[in-house]
Ligand binder design. Structure first.
Ligand SMILES: NC(=O)c1ccc[n+]([C@@H]2O[C@H](COP(=O)([O-])OP(=O)(O)OC[C@H]3O[C@@H](n4cnc5c(N)ncnc54)[C@H](OP(=O)(O)O)[C@@H]3O)[C@@H](O)[C@H]2O)c1
Length: 257
């Protein structure tokens, strides 16, 4: 029997690595995408040993035209049953301290590449009559925390719009809005993990909840009961208060050494 095949970008660490391990345990063959070849190869080898499924490695920088092209070609020329657009990173400095090129690079990874790869994949899936797309956005999409929030909001709305256009098609489309997750994200950003322990989600928790929601055809997945409550309350919070809280939080992180 042919095994299902998933392409995960940002698979070298954190959430993407978690998706890879969970799906391999579920007997998926995988295409693992990121820039760090050594980490991807180590993951591919352990998946082969532990689960006996195939894991291909594709080294690509999704902030570049050539990197996006490499991944789009894989999507257009081979069967991908599930695409998970997960690659992402934050910037410590604010908008006024950033080079426009830095903001553009971040926006390409968080939104531009997601848009292009999503469209390439769902067109293939629709014509094959099956498939799933998961785009990792963030609870930050509900805030005004810099370019990161703007790009994550773009991905959220894009994913919802795509789900609307695909209504009735045999393709599921899901935006995931995680809160804080224990990954390398904050370490790479150079900031301490903020807040009390309870706000931190485990990778496994986010992976399991979002895959379950995607299988049920949910368009928005918010892992964790506390974060679902926050999202419900956020609808009623005045925008001025959201801006005040977001700016305060961003400034406090920037002040960290
Ligand atoms: N951690 C959190 O609190 C949190 C909360 C909400 C949402 N998220 C989102 O969750 C997703 C996964 O992040 P994470 O928490 O797992 O962080 P992570 O451990 O730092 O992993 C980020 C992944 O993205 C890849 N990546 C970054 N830039 C890339 C580029 N230019 N081209 C290709 N791959 C790139 C990295 O691989 P390479 O460096 O090898 O390229 C890595 O595999 C991101 O979209 C993030 O915004 C995270």
């Amino acid at each position: 029997m042919t095994r299902p095949r998933a392409l995960i970008n940002g698979a070298s660490s954190g959430l993407g690595r978690g998706y890879a391990l969970d799906l391999a345990a579920d007997q998926y063959d995988l295409v693992l995408v990121a820039r760090d070849e050594a980490r991807l190869r180590e993951l591919a080898t352990s998946i082969g040993t532990e689960h006996g499924t195939l894991a291909e490695v594709v080294v690509a920088d999704l902030s570049t035209r050539s990197g996006i092209d490499v991944v789009r070609t894989v999507i257009e020329t081979s069967r991908i049953d599930l695409l998970i657009n997960n690659a992402g990173y934050g910037l410590k400095q604010g908008l006024l301290e950033s080079e426009v090129s830095e903001l553009e690079g971040q926006d390409i990874v968080l939104a531009g590449a997601v848009r292009e790869l999503s469209l390439a994949a769902v067109k293939q899936m629709r014509s094959r009559g099956r498939g799933g797309l998961i785009n990792v956005s963030s609870m930050a999409a509900l805030t005004t925390m810099g370019q990161y929030a703007a790009s994550k909001m773009s991905t959220l709305v894009f994913t919802e719009a795509l789900a609307g256009e695909l209504r009735g098609a045999p393709v599921t489309v899901t935006a995931v809005l995680p809160g804080f997750i224990r990954t390398r994200f904050h370490e790479r950003l150079g900031v301490e993990r903020p807040g009390p322990g309870w706000i931190w989600l485990d990778v496994h928790e986010v992976v399991a909840a979002s895959l379950r929601d995607a299988r049920r055809g949910k368009v928005i997945s918010i892992p964790g009961a506390s974060y679902r409550a926050v999202a419900r309350i956020a609808r009623f919070v005045p925008r001025s208060l959201v801006r005040w809280g977001s700016t305060g939080f961003s400034l406090s992180r920037r002040d960290e050494s």
